[in-house]
Design a protein around this ligand. Sequence first.
Ligand code: FE2
Length: 380
Amino acid sequence: MVFYVKQGKVPESRHTYDDKNSLRREELFGEESFDGPYSLLYHLQEPTRVRSFSVEDKVREEIDDEPYSHRHLRTSSLPRYGDIVDGKQTILKNDRVKVQIFKPERKSMHFYRNALCDMLLFVHEGNGKVISVMGNLEFNQGDYIYMPKGLTFTMDYSEGSYFLIFQSRDDITLPRRYLNTYGQIKEGSPYYSRDFIIPTLPPPREEKGNFRVYVEFENKYVIEERDFSPLDVEGWDGYLYPFCINVEKMAPIVGKIHMPPPVHETFSSSSMMVGTFLPRKFDFHPKSIPISYYHNNIDVDEFLFYSSGNFMSRKGIESGSATLHVRGIIHGPQPGAIEGAIGKESTDEIAIMIETYDHLYLTDLGKKIEDPEYATSWYQ
Ligand SMILES: [Fe+2]
């Protein structure tokens, strides 16, 4: 939900028709039942027209509930796997949030719909296009792609594409403190409405054939077989739709002395905050220490994905590394990092953070790519 959008042809008033001989089928696409953000979509065919349903089991994501410890996962060592339906590899999770790596090995052949979670994809490498019932959305390296739960889509992506994905049961929105009373993005926020890219709706497809939609639940897919293209929307309007925003467009908030993580906040939900560490000038106090405090993360688990640049506070970190710093156990700059940071004027790092309000657990897959030395890497 960012601002009001209208695409294609919509009737003059909602829940009315323009021509009785060519009725459009009006779908209310909304979150939080009928109370949350929503859009109205106008289909050529009834969107309920499903020839058959079947159910398929998903591979279960087992978790490792060993005692807590800081973790370093090398996601670059995960293999390429699957497509948008089955290729999202979960490395950390709790009941509300999943952290996944998506390195597709094949083109997405079918449509996909997430029944439970909003999705936020970060494009670590590659580019491509989301093809959704609300239109096409082109994306590039450094983009966040927001996909609301319940939206039917598929994806084209370049060879070698590599995504970080957060799935959240709770709606992912812009942080409330960036919005004024009227819902407009305030001055002083790290982005502006103009920076968001919205889908472009092509003419509706009147295409008959065999179309399959995989609807993802926790442990199962429900598979819809349809005889008419789901891309049959002639127009839509409203406040709920997918969008992209590139980190290059964002304006980091900097200060005279070290600014804490909330200034890097980009998106939020009631189960997590999402932050972006952007290339930026460092603090301008003549004796500033431009690096984080030692800290204990009371009330949150902190996940960081290192996308590009020079990650000066961490040893052994590479592009594609992910760290989990758990609550209750102190962490901070590694030995020598403070001395190395003093006098530095800027950073070129891009890193993606989430802080979750419930514990994040390592999955069996996450365990396989763990650097076992990390928890004691502060000891020298
Ligand atoms: Fe931290």
